[in-house]
Design a protein around this ligand. Structure first.
Ligand SMILES: N[C@@H](CCC(=O)N[C@@H](CS)C(=O)NCC(=O)O)C(=O)O
Length: 359
C-alpha cells in the first residue's frame, strides 16, 4: 500500500517530467539543427551533385552546374539563405556517395540517387521526397535489330560500378536465364565511352541517364532504349541523418515546388499571388485563396516559421527557381523526357507527383 509520502513523490516526479517534456518540445521547435546552422553560418549550401548527366546534373561549358537535381539544391539554398545561387556543388562519382553523406562532407545530395532500404539505413541518410520516378533500362544500337533484353543473349553489356544498376541487371539476367556478360566501369562517362567504342553491344542505367547520354551521341538516331523497365529507381535528395530538422526543410521545399505547380504559381506570375500594397489579410486571402496564402506564408499564415526559416521561404524558392513543372520543363524536356501522361506528371493529371498540403 502506498504511503501519502510515496504518492507525493510520484506526483512531484510526474510533474517534473511533464515540465522537462514541455520545455524540450519548445526548445526543439525553435532550435535549428546543426546542418541548417552551418549553412547559415557559411552563407552557402554544399550539395553533392553530378557533373556528367545532362538534364539532371551537368557541368556545362561555362563551368556552371545545371540540371533538374542541381535546381533542387538551388531551391533549398533559396529556402534557407534566400539566395538560389549560394550553392557549392561537389561532384560525386556513384561510389563516393555513401562516404560523402556519412562524413558530413556535403550538407545534402541531389544526384540521381535511388532511395533503397539498405542505403537509407547503412548510408546514415534521410531520403527526401522522390523528385523523379525512374526505372532501369537498356540502351543499344538500332542496327542490331534487337527488340528486347532477351534478344541480347550471348552479347556483352557495359554497366557503371557502385550503382543499383549493377545489382539489378545481375538479378534480371539470372531470373530470366539470359546469358549476358557484364563489363563494369567506374563512372558514367567511361561506361558510355566503352559502349560507343563498341566494347559492348548494349549498356544499362536509369532510363533518364540513358536518354541523357543518347542525345550527346554523334548521331543520336543510331541508339535506342529497349522497352523493358527492369527496376524501380525513385530518385530524390538526401541528407545526413544527424539533422532531421534540415531534412524537414528539404522535404517541404520539394513539397512547396509541387504544391506551387498544382496551385498555378510560377516564377513569372508569383507577383499576382502576393498581397498588393496595403491590401488587408481578409481581402488578400479572398482574392488568392487560403491554400496559396499558406504556401507563400502570407496573410498571417505560418509556413517557413514551422521550419525555423523565413516564413515566406517559398516566395524566394519560386521566384528564383520556379515550381516543379518549370524545373522539369527547363531541364528534362530538352533531353527528350516527355512529361505529359508519364509517372512524373502531377497526380491531378494521373501521375505520381503529389505533395502533402501546407497547413
Ligand atoms: N540511380 C542509380 C544510378 C545512379 C548513377 O550513378 N547513374 C550514373 C549513370 S546515369 C551516373 O550518374 N553516373 C555519373 C558519374 O558516375 O559520373 C543509383 O542511385 O545507384
Amino acid at each position: 500500500m502506498k504511503t501519502r509520502f510515496s504518492r507525493l513523490v510520484t506526483l512531484l516526479l510526474v510533474g517534473a517530467l511533464l515540465i522537462v517534456g514541455v520545455t524540450s518540445i519548445t526548445a526543439q521547435e525553435s532550435e535549428l539543427g546543426p546542418i541548417t546552422q552551418a549553412v547559415l553560418d557559411r552563407g552557402s549550401l554544399i550539395c553533392g551533385g553530378n557533373a556528367n548527366v545532362r538534364g539532371f546534373g551537368f557541368l556545362n561549358d561555362a563551368g556552371e552546374y545545371v540540371g533538374f537535381d542541381i535546381d533542387v539544391c538551388r531551391a533549398v539554398a533559396a529556402a534557407v539563405l534566400g539566395d538560389a545561387s549560394a550553392v557549392d556543388v561537389r561532384p560525386l562519382a556513384g561510389t563516393e556517395r555513401q562516404a560523402a553523406i556519412q562524413s558530413g562532407q556535403v550538407d545534402m545530395m541531389s544526384r540521381n540517387t535511388t532511395w533503397t532500404l539498405s542505403r537509407d539505413v547503412t548510408w546514415g541518410a534521410i531520403f527526401g521526397p522522390t523528385t523523379f520516378f525512374d526505372g532501369q533500362g537498356v540502351g543499344t544500337r538500332v542496327e542490331l535489330g534487337v527488340n528486347s533484353i532477351a534478344e541480347l543473349d550471348g552479347s556483352s553489356m557495359c554497366v557503371q560500378a557502385g550503382t543499383t544498376t549493377e545489382l539489378n541487371i545481375g538479378d534480371y539476367t539470372a531470373a530470366n536465364s539470359i546469358d549476358i556478360s557484364i563489363l563494369t566501369f567506374p563512372d558514367a562517362n567511361s561506361t558510355w565511352d566503352a559502349y560507343l567504342s563498341g566494347a559492348c553491344e548494349s549498356w544499362t542505367t536509369d532510363k533518364s541517364g540513358i536518354a541523357s547520354f543518347h542525345i550527346s551521341a554523334p548521331d543520336p538516331g543510331e541508339h535506342m532504349i529497349l522497352p523493358e523497365t527492369i527496376s524501380k529507381e525513385p530518385l530524390g535528395p538526401l541528407s545526413p541523418q544527424n539533422d532531421p530538422q534540415f531534412a524537414e526543410i528539404i522535404a517541404w521545399t520539394v513539397f512547396g515546388l509541387i504544391n506551387a505547380e498544382e496551385a498555378g504559381i510560377t516564377s513569372e506570375n508569383i507577383g499576382d499571388f502576393l498581397p498588393a500594397d496595403g491590401e488587408a489579410d481578409d481581402a488578400y486571402i479572398a482574392r488568392v485563396g487560403p491554400n496559396v496564402a499558406r504556401i507563400l506564408g502570407q496573410g498571417n499564415n505560418d509556413s517557413g516559421s514551422y521550419l525555423g526559416i523565413a516564413n515566406d521561404f517559398m516566395v524566394n524558392v519560386i521566384s528564383q527557381v520556379g515550381n516543379y513543372g518549370e524545373i522539369y520543363e527547363r531541364n528534362l524536356t530538352p533531353i527528350g523526357l516527355a512529361r505529359a501522361g508519364s509517372v512524373n506528371d502531377l497526380w491531378t493529371r494521373g501521375g505520381l507527383i503529389y505533395a502533402p498540403p501546407f497547413r
